[in-house]
Design a protein around this ligand. Structure first.
Ligand SMILES: [Zn+2]
Length: 169
């Protein structure tokens, strides 16, 4: 379980209770998709991988480039993201406002993708102002993707216009 990792990171046991955050199981059902924007190979759950390829291809035909930043993540990888920020002296509470704790990330399912586009740095709110975001808002649902972390979401999580989740069609 992930409780040991949470303890090691100094995350309190009350984390994720109020507001209640969903937990996500780590999938073993994964296929290679493509290297991300910095050349690191990414994996997704097979149906999400097909959907990602399809959505990316259609966007391309419509003149919009969708670039993959991040797909599947292990618990350890999620922990590493938090650990690196702790090492940089960022307060845990501030880190948890933007990165969920291991066990609570949709990336564990292999069905979440962080998307970037040309002309905009990855993982910034300004992605909201890109043609890629406008295209996704209009068409992603046709491919089974939605954007769960909208502005003022009920989970109390940071606005992430780049984070899209494949929930099926
Ligand atoms: Zn994400």
């Amino acid at each position: 379980m992930h409780s040991k990792i949470l303890q090691e990171l100094g995350i309190p046991e009350s984390y994720g209770l109020d507001p209640r955050l969903p937990t996500y199981a780590v999938t073993k059902d994964l296929v290679d998709v493509e290297p991300n924007i910095v050349g690191v190979p990414q994996r997704l759950e097979p149906k999400a991988a097909d959907a990602w390829r399809a959505v990316k291809a259609q966007a391309h035909r419509d003149g919009v480039e969708l670039l993959l930043v991040s797909g599947f993540r292990t618990l350890e990888r999620q922990a590493e993201l938090l650990r690196r920020k702790l090492e940089r002296g960022i307060l845990l509470a501030d880190i948890l406002a933007t990165n969920v704790a291991p066990g609570f990330s949709q990336h564990h399912t292999g069905r979440a993708v962080d998307i970037a586009t040309v002309g905009c740095p990855p993982l910034v709110e300004a992605f909201e102002d890109t043609d890629a975001f406008a295209w996704l808002t209009q068409h992603a649902a046709e491919f089974g993707f939605d954007m769960p972390y909208g502005r003022s979401n009920a989970l109390g999580l940071a606005f992430e216009p780049w984070h899209w989740f494949y929930g099926g069609i």
